[in-house]
Design a protein around this ligand. Structure first.
Ligand code: MN
Ligand code: MN
Length: 460
């Protein structure tokens, strides 16, 4: 191969047996994480556990902060920001890795429970970009919280243990689906029909809605709730499958919610390794990315700014407008998954500018759609700095676009930080079947991302 060409070999080709074992071990730990953290609240809780085990303390536990201190802040149970204070003043900028903890799913509607015929259902409202037909006829679990009027919080998790019941959304048998099968894929399943089946036994003491009322009695017995309590709940319907190793060579990972928990986990593990960096190292895990990053737990909120301002206060350097300056001097990897090139659907990819499974972390200089519209386009100077850092640290990377021009597009939280003045580039992991109930990643890339984020957080 010419010395002048980009090396596009698979990462697997140059590995020693030891390195391969390390990759497989890391993947096992990641898969365990995915199996206990399927929702944003569960991700944040698990991130806090791991952080505390590794010497991080809540920002409220520190009166002042000094180099080497490890600190975190949790916003409403749905975001966590972690920082390791650097030797240099924050004024010179910080290194940020940002991922999102939410994934596409089905949320229960505020008034979900109803009976139709002799069956009881819970109505859902889908969250994020899903292909609705993928969510029918698979086992589903309910995760989330119900908050009672008195503020008491009830944690719900049904469908993960082997002994638990599961739920499903029924689909039409092919024998009678002639009409349905003629429809456009996007119209074959009506959003209002995404109701999960929850019961069939009538309560003989009731006059009407006997099955529904029986379900209410079961819920009351189990959780002490009444129907109105659903209005102050956040109950998320997620696939009940376990995350598993995929393939005869065991090189791949199949699991729900890898967008973007694969970047959350690799970034989290990376910051847990950081000790007394030169620049302050920060990880942020946001919420609501899949629905536009709005609201007080989305990246568009100013809660992250408040956290950084608090770091300035507690390192005793804050003064008017310093926060703006910190952002202008800062650098970020927006850690989000990339569309992996799928040979079965090759027509949507520009093969020269696609992210391939097994070829390392993928950098997206820009995302957006329809002529880079709405994208944050990383500056060439910054891209040079990042690729030089990866090359120095022997981290395999590829630079890709999200599909062919004019085929579609997408975005991440990159632009939100870039708007504050931060240098940002998207840097994530190629995924197949993105946003499906079962997404596929490659173990090589997962480990490469972990190494990439660690190198970046330690970057001077
Ligand atoms: Mn994502
Ligand atoms: Mn997504």
């Amino acid at each position: 191969m010419s010395e002048l060409s980009i090396n596009k070999k698979s990462g697997w080709e140059d590995l020693s047996e030891n390195e391969k074992n390390e990759i497989y071990n890391f993947a096992n730990q990641y898969m365990n994480f995915l199996n206990i953290a399927k929702t944003e609240r569960e991700v944040i809780k698990e991130a806090e556990n791991l952080a505390r085990q590794n010497g991080f303390k809540s920002i409220n536990e520190y009166a002042e902060l000094y180099p080497g201190d490890k600190v975190y802040y949790i916003n409403r149970g749905k975001n966590i920001y972690l920082a390791v204070i650097g030797e240099n003043s924050l004024e010179g900028g910080i290194n940020i890795v940002g991922a999102h903890a939410d994934s596409p799913r089905l949320d229960l509607k505020p008034n979900p429970l109803y009976q139709d015929g002799n069956l009881a259902y819970l109505k859902t409202h889908y969250y994020g970009g899903i292909k609705k037909y993928q969510w029918t006829a698979i086992p589903l679990a309910i995760h989330g919280i119900i908050v009672k009027e008195n503020g008491e919080k009830i944690y719900v998790n049904i469908g993960e243990n082997e002994q638990d019941p599961v739920f499903t959304i029924t689909d039409l048998l092919p024998h009678l689906a002639k009409e349905q099968q003629q429809k456009k894929l996007s119209e074959a399943i009506n959003a209002e029909n995404l109701s999960i089946l929850v019961g069939s036994i009538p309560d003989k003491d009731e006059e009407k809605d006997k099955v529904k009322n029986n379900i209410l009695k079961i819920l009351n017995k189990k959780y002490g709730i009444k129907e109105e309590d659903f209005v102050s709940s956040e109950l998320e319907i997620v696939p009940a499958f376990k995350c598993r190793t995929l393939g005869l060579d065991e090189s791949l990972i199949a699991g729900y919610g890898q967008d973007d928990k694969v970047c959350v986990y690799t970034a989290l593990r990376a910051i847990l390794n950081v000790q007394k960096p030169k620049k302050t190292a920060v990880c942020l895990f946001s919420d609501k990315e899949e629905i536009g990053s709005m609201g007080n737990t989305g990246m568009e909120s100013h809660v992250f700014d408040t956290f950084i301002a608090e770091l300035l206060n507690k390192t005793r350097i804050n003064r008017p407008n310093l926060l703006d300056k910190v952002f202008c001097n800062s650098k970020m990897l927006s850690a989000d998954v990339d569309a992996g090139l799928d040979p079965i659907y090759i027509s949507v990819s520009d093969t020269h500018n696609a992210g391939y499974l097994g070829k390392g972390v993928s950098l997206n200089k820009y995302t957006g759609s329809g002529g880079k519209y709405n994208s944050s386009d990383a500056n060439a100077e910054y891209v040079a700095e990042i690729r030089s850092m990866f090359n120095r640290n022997n981290i395999k990377f590829q630079v890709a676009e999200l599909g062919k021009t004019d085929i579609g597009g997408g975005g991440t939280i990159a632009y939100i930080l870039a708007n504050k003045g931060v240098d940002v580039i998207d840097c994530g992991i190629p995924v197949l079947s993105m946003h499906a109930p079962y997404e596929v990643t490659c173990k090589y890339d997962v480990y490469a991302a972990y190494r990439a984020y660690e190198a970046f957080l330690n970057n001077r």
